[in-house]
Design a protein around this ligand. Sequence first.
Ligand code: SF4
Ligand code: SF4
Length: 231
Amino acid sequence: MKKKTVSKTEETCCRNISQYLMITLLPLIIIGGYYCPKIGFTVLGLITLFMIIASKRGRFYCGWLCPMGAFHERILSRLSLKKPIPSLFKTRWFRWALFSLMMGFMTFRLIGHWGDAPAIGGVFRLMWIVSMTFAISLGLYFKPRVWCTICPMGSLQGISSTNTYLLTVEDSCVGCKKCFKVCPISTYPGAFREENGIGQVPSVECLRCSNCVVNCPKKSLSFQDKLPGDK
Ligand code: SF4
Ligand code: SF4
């Protein structure tokens, strides 16, 4: 079985750099978009980018490139109280209810402004402002990336990559829970361990950030496409 390994240096260095670079898109879209609404179309470009990435690497965009996620992880984390993420946010119905609500709102606004390019750009910018407002409010009290557990765009990537580049848990896992402690969205990979087998974490539950992979003392974690015979 070919195992993809990620060194700690790669994680801390490359991911830090990519996240700090991507954070610069936030003022560009939110402040720049006020003066030039068409900048809002950058959001459409990012949606296209993450859908392409999701087909090969699951929610890798969330873990490494999302400007909002990067902001919460690198900046908001300095102010956050880091309380545990409510279990409600991990339920499927809650995620999809929020998805339907936000996508419905966006579609309604887009139809209302159809044919008016600056106004459509403004709708994409507005969706970022709404998301950021919710995400910062929640992230100040709960773990800073709490929004990433319910983000509609994260859910979309999750269902687009159910077989792709999944976090894989070998039975060498000893249940020390270090992976849970370092996970920005409170996923516990060790819970997916299978006796005498290989377990895999559902795509939507994992940002592919590699924090747990590089911190697992037993080297039990790696990324692999869905294994044959897996549920
Ligand atoms: S850190 Fe590794 S050994 Fe510990 S619970 Fe997680 S997967 Fe298992
Ligand atoms: S399960 Fe591991 S790779 Fe996935 S989001 Fe959590 S820490 Fe990152």
